[in-house]
Ligand binder design. Structure first.
Ligand SMILES: *Cc1c(COP(=O)(O)O)cnc(C)c1O
Length: 363
């Protein structure tokens, strides 16, 4: 399985958290309660506190978190939501799942998050919301985006799937707009042992609507007030996340340390390292840019270093969106052709980090 001669791209098997996870699993199995029970309720309180939000609502996936926020805001067919072309495609697919149309605003070529000026230019009378993505662990440029939302009366929904504990000029992500969507997909900074997601918000009415929407639109048992989804964080995943949450701050510190070592070690190499814009960066990924990406990846792999591409195809170029005839984005087109992620996760050792640096330097 794990080849010691390789620096693998990610390591998901529990390690220092293994005993806490095992205890959590045993506890839930023995409890006889598996959906919408005490573990989810307590995780919601603990995660809201960690995010400096008032409410957290556990849902099935990060994608559902975005979809359900938009639905709770009554956004749907005929409405437009402005979102970046560089992200996991799920950001835009979540918009489409509501029946609304994703409208793409190009990214800033350095920060790689949505360009606030492009977002302003994309506003039409149909625009209802902005959906910036805090990409790779770094917040979008929120101050101008919040001003834009205010100016046009738009909802600002934050895609925080890659940004657990991230801050933007000191403000916690997920608390600046009306709501933030988190994913607990296993590779995220806080990952479950399966799918999971959560919405955080300070708006009690929105939180209440989300609790209804995630549970079939039920108000009381077997009374469906509206056509909701079936999208609940389950008790086992909630218990796993509760076991892991106390480690998250330390893991984030380690991610930042590795990123600093990479930044220092990769200056003067053939690759471009996008500069950091905010100390609140939580380094979900560590992308570098090179026009010779195919050769770069092959060179690193020959040195035993695995890499991945986030993302090879801009969302508006995905076949799944072709019938929408989305606006294409030149900066995202170029970045998707050059971007390449180096391994970065808390259990990556110092010798492994040095090996990654040496393999890049020899390219
Ligand atoms: C992972 C991810 C999602 C989707 O989350 P799931 O839990 O996989 O549904 C959405 N947006 C971004 C930016 C992501 O990285």
């Amino acid at each position: 399985m794990s080849d010691p001669s390789r620096v693998v791209f990610n390591a998901l098997r529990p390690a220092e958290d293994a005993d806490a996870i095992a205890a959590a699993l045993v506890r839930v199995v023995a409890s006889g309660w598996y959906i919408l029970g005490p573990e989810v309720e307590q995780f919601e309180a603990e995660f809201a506190a960690a995010c400096h939000a008032t409410h957290a609502v556990g849902v099935g996936t990060g994608t559902d978190a975005i979809t359900l926020i938009l639905r709770a805001l009554d956004i749907g067919p005929g409405d437009e939501v402005i979102t970046p072309p560089l992200s996991a495609a799920y950001s835009a697919l979540a918009v489409m799942m509501t029946g609304a149309t994703p409208v793409f605003a190009d990214i800033d070529p350095q920060r790689l998050t949505i360009d606030p000026q492009a977002a302003a230019a994309a506003v039409t009378p149909r625009t209802r919301a902005l959906l910036p993505v805090h990409l790779y662990g770094q917040s979008a440029d929120m101050t101008p985006l919040l001003a834009l939302a205010e100016r046009h009366g738009l909802a600002l929904v934050e895609d925080c799937a890659q940004a657990h504990l991230c801050t933007s000029e000191g403000r916690p992500v997920g608390t600046m707009g009306i709501a933030g969507a988190f994913s607990f997909y296993p590779t995220k900074n806080l990952g479950a042992l399966g799918d999971g997601g959560a919405v955080v918000t300070r708006d009690a009415t929105l939180a209440q609507r989300l609790r209804r929407l995630r549970n079939g639109g039920q108000t009381t048992r077997y009374h469906h007030e509206e056509a909701g989804a079936n999208s609940r964080l389950d008790e086992i995943q909630a218990a796993v996340l509760r076991a892991r949450l106390p480690y998250l701050a330390g893991w984030t510190t380690r991610r930042r340390q590795i990123a600093q070592t990479y930044r220092a070690g990769l200056t003067g190499t053939a690759v471009h390292v996008p500069p950091p814009y905010d100390d609140g960066h939580v380094y979900h990924l560590f992308p570098v840019l090179t026009p010779q990406r195919t050769a770069f990846q092959a060179h690193l792999l020959a040195q035993g270093v695995e890499t991945l591409i986030h993302y090879p195809v801009p969302i508006p170029r995905q076949p799944a969106l072709s019938s929408l005839h989305p606006r294409q984005c030149a900066v995202a087109d170029r970045i998707c052709g050059e971007v390449c992620s180096l391994p970065l996760y808390p259990s990556l050792s110092d010798p492994e980090v040095d090996r990654v640096i040496a393999s890049v330097r020899s390219f």
